[in-house]
Design a protein around this ligand. Structure first.
Ligand code: DX5
Ligand code: ZN
Length: 216
């Protein structure tokens, strides 16, 4: 599979969100990454359904939801209703993760699971066959513009090995501190999807930065 690029709207300019979404629509980005934070699971709040619905109406790319919230299963039907492609939940926010993944897929969405920097990939040994995508956090969740944690590369490699050993097609997404220096390392380790917020939206030419990531 060719490398996918998913710009994170968290670093967009919310005073002119339409312009930033139109840029993503024009660009070579594959997905749009939406970071939803509840101020409980992570120490920050991002945006909720009024903004989500406006974004969904404007964007032409598949919606990649990264839910940094407690009890994400409460929102399966609302995310389904706006045409979500990927619904991605943090491992420890789902006491019944197997059931939640089944419910996400039954609603017609792809199901993702996220691991924080301190969490070993071995946690996924039993659940991996049910998972369409694993997101490896390469920063602690809650904020854009943080520094890439280098140990994430070893985790990508370990996860890739587990996916191949089990003969699965689970995708690996890497999120946090991805820029034109760290992205090639993540790709080499086995990442399939690059999430990039700060590096795209602080670039003088965001479309070109997306194209450069895509060409790695
Ligand atoms: C952080 C979010 C990320 C964030 C990445 O909790 O999950 O998606 O937007 O931003 P950068 O690319 O700026 O590290
Ligand atoms: Zn994210």
């Amino acid at each position: 599979m060719s490398l996918l690029v998913a710009p994170s709207l968290l670093s967009a300019n919310f005073a002119h969100l339409r312009l930033d979404i139109e840029m993503i629509n024009r660009s070579k980005a594959d997905w749009v990454h939406l970071d939803i934070m509840d101020g409980v699971y992570v120490p920050n709040i991002s945006f909720g359904f009024p903004v989500i619905e406006a974004v969904a109406a404007m964007t032409k790319k598949p919606l990649d939801f990264h839910l940094m919230i407690t009890r994400p299963e409460k929102f399966i039907s609302r995310l389904q209703a706006i045409g979500t492609y990927m619904m991605n939940v943090h491992y420890e926010t789902c006491p019944h993760l197997h059931r939640t993944l089944q419910e996400i897929k039954a609603a017609g969405m792809k199901a993702g699971v996220t691991l924080n920097p301190h969490m070993p990939v071995s946690l996924l040994e039993d659940i991996l066959p049910e998972v369409d995508m694993v997101l490896i956090m390469s920063v602690n969740p809650g904020f854009g513009g943080q520094k890439f944690i280098p140990q994430s590369l070893e985790k990508i490699a370990q996860l890739k090995e587990m996916i191949l050993r089990k003969n699965l097609s689970t995708l690996i997404e890497i999120d946090g501190g991805i820029n034109l220096e760290t992205a090639p390392l993540a790709v080499k380790a086995g990442a399939d999807i690059l999430v990039c917020g700060h590096s795209v939206f602080t670039s003088e030419n965001p479309e070109e930065t997306i194209a450069l990531m895509k060409a790695l």
